[in-house]
Design a protein around this ligand. Structure first.
Ligand code: URA
Length: 451
């Protein structure tokens, strides 16, 4: 291990077997954490090239148990979103895609920092179990076509160790390390295809558009070389997606759409979910084009078949679907405050990372792994970017665990939503700014790293 650390420290390129040694040693505990941390810092500083990134992804994927969807008898396709605020597309794309005949084995994550977590949102349904064994996962998939679960202790154990170390050593933000961490978990589910939703804008995990585009290309190229058809969509996270950001309130918003309702205020959520599901259905072989996939998904939304799949999955995982009979009655936050606009004008920008922290401070999220979250906390944003608003009109409603926890989120809202007196609404930001296929990815990578 000392030789491998020295080689990376001095700018060398590691061989696949050297990277395999690191991933296996991280998983088994054979390599001490101080050496792993030194290797992570050397890799962060000198970077991992395409071959090293691919080798790390595959070695991490193979470091523990894997799921095989072979017995499902249909293509298995998943989606990964790179965080964000109010991003509840999983609750729509999983049942939409499953209703169109493509299996969705979805292994999801928890809230951390300014981004929410699919598992925490689902656990706001009384009884819903996210920690299924791989055989239970298979049973739910066979019965319902989709299942949303947490990572098991034995699935990609190397990432469990390396991610915790990266978190503690300032080595998270590196494209090769991020790519290997995300893809190893997705590829361990034996997917035929994968759709990546890479967020851009003020709420994105990476700061600049170029960094997001490079990461998207790296993940597409790496996943494709691992044998999984992959496409990445660069999507807007310059404002929360939909109106709700929290746990239960996000599920309630998704179910509103699954019921076939179409409130104009959450049209962005509907549209992005249909686009993502369209790609999943296309890559899963059930539609000739992503547009045809979109149309099939839209039909499953309108005829109620996706809602039926979603409720069946919740029931199969122990959740009480009766809570959706009266979503508003079930919602019992500790404290509620309506925040009125503090000036009149047009909303020109929303610092979405800061808004994510406001949501976290209501009690809906966590600062450190392992902390509990409040299922009923969160924020509903009544107004969006480019909207006109009069002072005194409601701009947001905050639901917090208790009265004392209302002030900080409100103060953050004041700092992060900006107005202009001009009638200029700013540039129109497209929901999907780019589609990175394997061909596009190859071009981006060639331009970024000549030779
Ligand atoms: N999510 C992950 O799972 N890993 C990363 O490195 C970053 C985000």
């Amino acid at each position: 291990m000392i030789d491998i650390i020295r080689k990376k420290r001095d700018g060398g390129t590691l061989l696949s077997r050297e990277i395999g040694f690191v991933a296996a040693g991280a998983a088994s505990g054979a390599i001490p954490h101080d050496q792993l941390a030194a290797w992570l810092m050397a890799s962060w500083l000198n970077g991992l090239n395409l071959d090293e990134t691919r080798a790390l992804t595959l070695a991490m994927r193979d470091s523990g148990d894997k799921f095989s969807p072979a017995r499902l008898g249909k293509a298995a396709v998943d989606k990964h979103s790179s965080g964000g605020v109010g991003d509840k597309t999983s609750f729509l794309v999983a049942p939409l895609t499953a209703a169109c005949g493509v299996a969705v084995p979805m292994i999801s994550g928890r809230a951390l920092g300014h981004t929410g977590g699919t598992l925490d949102k689902l656990e706001s349904i009384p009884g819903y179990r996210t920690a299924l064994s791989l055989s239970e996962f298979e049973t739910v998939l066979m019965k319902c076509g989709c299942s949303i679960v947490s990572q098991t202790p034995t699935l990609v154990p190397s990432d469990r160790v390396l991610y915790a170390l990266r978190d503690r050593t300032g080595t998270v933000e590196n494209p090769g390390l991020i790519c290997a961490s995300i893809l190893s978990k997705k590829l361990a589910a034996g997917l035929d295809a994968l759709v990546l939703d890479v967020k851009t804008g003020s709420g994105a995990f990476l700061r600049t558009y170029e960094e997001c585009e490079f990461l998207a290309a790296l993940m597409v190229a790496t996943s494709e070389t691992a044998g999984t058809r992959t496409v990445a969509l660069l999507t807007d996270m310059d404002q929360p997606l939909g109106q709700a950001a929290g746990n239960w309130i996000e599920l309630a918003e998704a179910v509103e759409l699954l019921r076939g309702n179409r409130p104009p205020a959450i049209e962005d959520l509907r549209e992005l979910s249909l686009i993502l599901a369209g790609w999943m259905i296309h890559l899963g072989g059930k539609a000739d084009t992503p547009l045809e996939g979109y149309q099939l998904a839209e039909a499953a939304l309108t005829d109620g078949s996706a809602l039926a799949v979603f409720f069946k999955m919740i029931d199969a995982q122990g959740g009480d679907v009766a809570v959706f009979d009266g979503p508003a009655a079930f919602h019992k936050p500790g404290a509620t405050r309506v925040v009125d606009a503090w000036e009149s004008g047009v909303i020109t920008s929303m610092d979405t990372t800061a808004l994510g922290w406001a949501v976290q401070r209501t009690g809906a999220g966590r600062e450190r792994a392992g902390e509990p979250v409040d299922p009923h906390a969160g924020i509903i944003f009544h107004k969006r970017r480019s909207a006109s608003i009069e002072a005194g009109e409601p701009i947001a409603t905050i639901f917090a665990t208790n009265e004392a926890m209302l002030d900080e989120p409100e103060a953050i809202l004041h700092q992060s939503i900006h107005f202009s007196k001009e009638s200029n609404r700013g540039a129109v930001v497209p929901l999907v700014s780019s589609v990175v296929t394997r061909e596009v990815a190859a071009k981006i990578l060639a331009e970024a790293q000549p030779g």
